[in-house]
Design a protein around this ligand. Structure first.
Ligand code: NCD
Length: 344
C-alpha cells in the first residue's frame, strides 16, 4: 500500500495516549537527565512518544502556546555547529513558555581556555532549569551533567548518543507504520561516526525490531559484533524486505581520510537511488536525520519524493519530541523546578 494511503489506517500513538490518560495514567519517566537511550526502558520510550503525540497536535494548532515550562530557564549550549537541532530545541522551549537562551559557545570563554567544567559551574550559578548541550567529544555531556543541579539534555555528543534524534525517528516510524516493533530497519552508510546510528540501534533493539547495518567495512564501528544487529556490506541485500530505510550523512568532519574510495564510488555502491530502493518493501519509508549530502548518500529525487521520504516529518516530530522530553524532565520530582507530579 502506498505510504499516504496507509496513513489513515494506522493506529498511531494518539490512540495509545488517549487510553493512558483515560485511566489517569501515571507517566513513568524517572530520570533526572536525558543523556542517552541506553538507560531508558521500553515503557519510558513509549511515555515520551505518547506525550509527544499530544504536542504534535498542539504544534499544528493556530495557537501553539503552552505554559508547561513557564518561569523556567532553558539554556542551549552548542559547542558544535548546528542549525536544525538548535532551532528545534529553541522552538520547543518557547512553545512551552520557557525563557530560552542560546549561548554561542564558539565565541565564548572556551576559546579563552576555560574548561568545560568551569563553564558549567558558572552557568549553574545562574540557576538554569534545563540545559541542552551538544559537544564534539563523546562523554562530555555526561561529565557536565554530574556538575550541575539542573536537568541536562544531550543534543549530540561526539559519536556517542543523540537521544532526541532517535526518539523523533521512533515517533516518525510509529506514526507511519502503526507500530514500533517487529519491523525490519536498515540503517545505511557511515555507522562508525554516527551518534544517530548508535542511539537508533539501542532504541530499535529495545523495542524488538530487526536492525540491519549496511555500509562499507571501513565505516562499521569496531564493536559491531556486540550490538545485536545484522551487518552487510551489500546495499541491495541489506535493503531486501526492509520496512524502513534510514540513511546517514557521510561525516566528513570526523574522518581523517582513507575511509571511502571517492564520493562518486561511494554513491555508486551505497548511495540510495531508485534501483536500490526497489529491493526494500514496496511501502518502505526513507529517512535521513539531515543535513543531507545529495548525490553522495542519497539521490535528491528520492529525498524529495513525498510517497517515500519522511524527512520533513522527522523535522516536525523533532519539535514535538523535544517538547515532551523537556516537559517530562521538568516534572521530575528530583528536578528543582516546583513542577512535581508525573500525572498527565
Ligand atoms: C545529526 C547529528 O548532528 O548528529 N544531525 C542532526 O542532529 N541534525 C546527523 C548528522 O550530523 O549527520
Amino acid at each position: 500500500m502506498h505510504r499516504r494511503a496507509s496513513q489513515a489506517l494506522v493506529g498511531n500513538g494518539a490512540r495509545v495516549y488517549k487510553r493512558a490518560s483515560r485511566i489517569g495514567g501515571i507517566m513513568s519517566f524517572r530520570h533526572r537527565h536525558l543523556l542517552g537511550i541506553e538507560p531508558l526502558s521500553p515503557a519510558e520510550i513509549t511515555t515520551v512518544l505518547d506525550l509527544a503525540e499530544r504536542y504534535v497536535a498542539l504544534n499544528r494548532a493556530p495557537d501553539k502556546r503552552s505554559d508547561r515550562l513557564k518561569g523556567l530557564t532553558q539554556v542551549n549550549m552548542f559547542f558544535e555547529n548546528s542549525t536544525r537541532t538548535q532551532a528545534s530545541f529553541e522552538i520547543a522551549g518557547k512553545r512551552l513558555g520557557a525563557d530560552v537562551m542560546n549561548m554561542a559557545m564558539q565565541a565564548s570563554s572556551i576559546r579563552k581556555g576555560e574548561t568545560l567544567i568551569d563553564t558549567a559551574l558558572t552557568l549553574n550559578a545562574m540557576h538554569p532549569d534545563l540545559l541542552v548541550v551538544r559537544h564534539p567529544h563523546s562523554g562530555a555531556v555526561n561529565l557536565l551533567a554530574e556538575k550541575v543541579n539542573c536537568a541536562v539534555l544531550n543534543a549530540g555528543d561526539g559519536r556517542h548518543e543523540h537521544p532526541t534524534q532517535a526518539l523523533l525517528d521512533a515517533l516518525t516510524i510509529r506514526r507511519e507504520k502503526g507500530r514500533l516493533h517487529r519491523l525490519t530497519i536498515a540503517i545505511c552508510g557511515d555507522i562508525a561516526h554516527s551518534r544517530v546510528a548508535r542511539s537508533n540501534i539501542l532504541l530499535l533493539g529495545k523495542m524488538e525490531n530487526r536492525v540491519r547495518l549496511v555500509g562499507p567495512p571501513t565505516l562499521m564501528p569496531a564493536e559491531v559484533g556486540a550490538l545485536g544487529v545484522e551487518v552487510t556490506h551489500d546495499m541491495r541485500a541489506g535493503l531486501e524486505g526492509a520496512d524502513v530505510v534510514m540513511m546517514l550523512r557521510l561525516q566528513k568532519e570526523r574522518m581523517d581520510g582513507g575511509f571511502i574510495p571517492s564520493e562518486r564510488e561511494y554513491y555508486h555502491r551505497w548511495g540510495l537511488d531508485a534501483e536500490k530502493l526497489a529491493h526494500a518493501r514496496e511501502d518502505a519509508i526513507v529517512m535521513h536525520p539531515g543535513p543531507m549530502n545529495r548525490g553522495v548518500e542519497i539521490d535528491g529525487t528520492i529525498a524529495d519524493d513525498i510517497n517515500r521520504s519522511v524527512i520533513q516529518e522527522q523535522v516536525e516530530m523533532g519539535v514535538a519530541v523535544r517538547m515532551a522530553a523537556m516537559d517530562l524532565l521538568a516534572r521530575n520530582p528530583r528536578a528543582n523546578t516546583g513542577r512535581e507530579g508525573m500525572y498527565v
